[in-house]
Design a protein around this ligand. Structure first.
Ligand SMILES: Nc1ncnc2c1ncn2[C@@H]1O[C@H](COP(=O)(O)OP(=O)(O)OP(=O)(O)O)[C@@H](O)[C@H]1O
Ligand SMILES: N[C@@H](CCO)C(=O)O
Length: 309
């Protein structure tokens, strides 16, 4: 095989209360990548589409070439690779844009080189893509993009990340308001220290959320989708966050929160028609405030990245 095309999905990291430890993949949007072997022992980005000219073509700076280089070093290969990247999702959005690119690149190179690694084994390499994107190698976007479904990162040292059961058939609304919130900046404003009272509340919510997912108890999921630590600090970066949240909850969302580090927000809904109404109403609110946005109504993606030809 000399060439391969792979899709990797957008993701919702944190899932409200699980900062850096919970994330799920969604069906759309996502990135596509085509890798082709070349005879020049060089990794070259030959094309990037859909980024408005914003992404670096320098192979040291783009996550796709960075993770491919790390992969080839790991297998002691000098294989040359041409990379075509089709960005089909917004940059700096909180929808796991850099993660989708890293994961698409790794799944593609792994296939092209005869599949020496499992998806689980690709995870540490994908996390290195996040390190160059935002300065921190968090796994809650790359792990669900790789493995699909709902993923819990129980520990970083040693790394222990795995898929959780979750209620099937839920709909997800993701809305991306067109304001810039780079992940690195959104991480810097988080407080280093928290009170024991907040910690108790937060770990109660995380345990409740995981229990609710495992037992299909949507009432418990809904009560647990509460963040007393990160959301109160980051909400100020997202215009009309609390108005959007109220709209979503008033219109039947199970829960609502910041998607990853924002500015995107998401609502978890029991049914697609509820999700469609929430999507429409949030977009309408932002429109009235002269903020452009795009929204996606989709399902949780259980498969993760996939080869498309
Ligand atoms: N292939 C790539 N795709 C996306 N971003 C990339 C890529 N290569 C390098 N980057 C850089 O990574 C940064 C984007 O990362 P950031 O983590 O802020 O956005 P995101 O991935 O959309 O959001 P989040 O991780 O909060 O979901 C930008 O500075 C961008 O230039
Ligand atoms: N857990 C990361 C996700 C970034 O999308 C953060 O909240 O900074």
């Amino acid at each position: 095989m000399d060439s391969i095309k792979v899709f990797a999905p957008a993701t919702v990291a944190n899932v409200v209360c699980g900062y850096d430890i919970l994330g799920f993949a969604i069906d759309e949007p996502g990135d596509e990548i085509i890798l082709t072997k070349n005879d020049f022992n060089k990794i070259t980005i030959t094309k990037i589409e859909g980024d408005g000219g914003k992404l670096p073509k320098n192979p040291e700076k783009n996550v796709v070439s960075h993770v491919i280089r790390l992969f080839l070093e790991k297998v002691n290969s000098t294989q040359g690779i041409d990379i075509e990247l089709y960005k089909k999702m917004p940059l700096n959005s909180g929808m796991g844009s850099s993660a989708a690119s890293s994961v698409a690149a790794l799944v593609a190179i792994n296939e092209l080189m005869g599949k020496p690694f499992s998806r689980q084994e690709l995870l540490p390499l994908a996390m290195e893509g996040e390190r160059i994107a935002c300065g921190n190698a968090h796994a809650d976007n790359v792990a669900p993009a790789l493995l699909g479904g709902m993923v819990l990162v129980r520990s970083y040292e040693p790394l222990d990340a795995f898929k959780l059961p979750y209620p099937k058939g839920l709909s997800v609304v993701s809305v991306h308001p067109h304001v810039d919130v780079p992940t690195g900046e959104a991480r810097k404003i988080i407080k280093e220290r928290i009170s024991l009272k907040s910690a108790v509340q937060q770990w109660g919510n995380i345990a409740g959320l995981v229990a609710g997912f495992c037992t299909n108890d949507l009432g418990l999921v809904s009560r647990s989708l509460e963040d007393v630590i990160i959301e109160p600090v980051r909400a100020m970066l997202i215009p009309y966050f609390y108005e959007m949240k109220q709209l979503a909850l008033d219109n039947g969302a199970i829960g609502f929160g910041i998607s990853g580090s924002g500015p995107s927000v998401f609502a978890l809904c029991e049914k697609k028609d509820i999700a469609e109404v929430i999507s429409y109403k949030i977009k309408e609110l932002l429109n009235q405030k002269n903020i452009e946005s795009e929204s996606f109504v989709t399902k949780i993606n259980d498969e993760g990245a996939r080869v498309i030809n």
